[in-house]
Design a protein around this ligand. Structure first.
Ligand code: UTP
Length: 291
């Protein structure tokens, strides 16, 4: 029987160079979509999927991330005194259970694979989730919950994929698949950032994974790949054919918030769909489009 997924790794040590100068002092993962930071969406996605233990792989200048999930004593006391109870509830909703999060540093941003490897001692010998917080996915059940369910079904690793335009394959890990059934297919190959002409398909990995702990044996070798970085995709590719490895076609919404326009789109889309901001956002957009 497949083991329950209890833990998630959130790699947040990247430099966020595509967002400079915003990310000079503020971590990319704290940029807000409407009113909450990207990292909080990822944590809430895990909690809704039944995962409540977190390993944040951070780096220099990322301390604010740790503070975001901690009790903000002065702020909470001030809000309480001013009877700002809804605001207090919003502030406290981000506090994680004591002892349920560890923050470990990836001292050098050597790549996503290396960031995940930095979590190895905290994960131990059990399957775990990985979420890239700069990819925002929305939907019910959420993307991680769907992966957890697929893992329970297959007993192996599962990654979420979506179709992308062929000219964009060099931005993503791309999976080759076969035997698709109800959105779940067997992975036959995986390659990081292939040129459009070389891509084995147009199915891109969208930053949501459930991985078997054997991944650490491959990451241990610290082999570099595309861009001179230690790539998670390369380590995952070594597991294909050894243990079950599936791709789940995600059919919810997904926004690549790692670049400016994707981030802007996420803000507009989330604002449009929210009950408290939707009508005004629609009105604002039509006014702006008329100008
Ligand atoms: P990205 O490549 O999107 O993030 O990595 P980046 O490197 O911060 O962004 P740019 O390209 O310079 O703008 C996806 C996720 O993996 C983390 C990032 O923090 C991000 O959440 N990451 C990436 C690490 O934790 N360590 C790394 O060495 C690389």
């Amino acid at each position: 029987m497949a083991q329950r997924i209890r833990k998630a790794v959130l790699p947040v040590a990247g430099l966020g160079t595509r967002f400079l100068p915003a990310t000079k002092a503020v971590p990319k993962e704290l940029l807000t979509v409407v009113d909450r930071p990207l990292i909080q969406y990822a944590v809430e996605e895990c909690l809704a999927a039944g995962i409540d233990e977190f390993v944040f792989v951070t780096g220099r200048n990322k301390d604010a991330l740790e503070d975001h999930f901690d009790v903000a004593y002065e702020l909470e006391a001030t809000l309480e005194k001013r009877r700002k109870h809804p605001e207090l509830a919003l502030t406290q909703a981000a506090n994680l259970m004591p002892g349920n999060a560890v923050f470990t540093r990836q001292q050098r941003p050597l790549g996503l694979g290396h960031a995940v490897w930095c979590a190895r001692h905290w994960i131990g010998n059990e399957p775990f989730a990985v979420l890239l917080p700069d990819e925002l996915t929305l939907g019910s059940p959420n993307c991680t919950a769907r992966l957890v369910e697929a893992h329970a079904q297959t007993g192996g690793s599962v990654v979420a994929v979506m179709e992308v335009p062929r000219e964009h394959t060099n931005r993503y890990g791309i999976a080759a698949v076969e035997k698709e059934k109800k959105g779940l297919s067997e992975i036959t190959g995986m390659v990081e950032k292939p040129k459009p002409a070389d891509a084995p398909s147009t199915l891109a990995l969208i930053g949501r994974y459930v991985l078997m702990p054997e991944i650490f044996e491959h990451l241990d070798k610290k082999e570099t790949g595309a861009g001179g970085e230690i790539q998670l995709t390369d380590a995952m590719a070594k597991m294909i054919g050894v243990s079950p490895f599936h791709a789940l076609r995600y059919d919810g919404q997904r926004y690549d918030c790692g670049h400016r326009l994707g981030f802007l789109e996420a803000n507009v889309a989330v604002s449009l769909h929210r009950a408290d901001t939707g009508a005004e956002t629609r009105e604002m957009l039509s006014r702006l489009l008329k100008d």
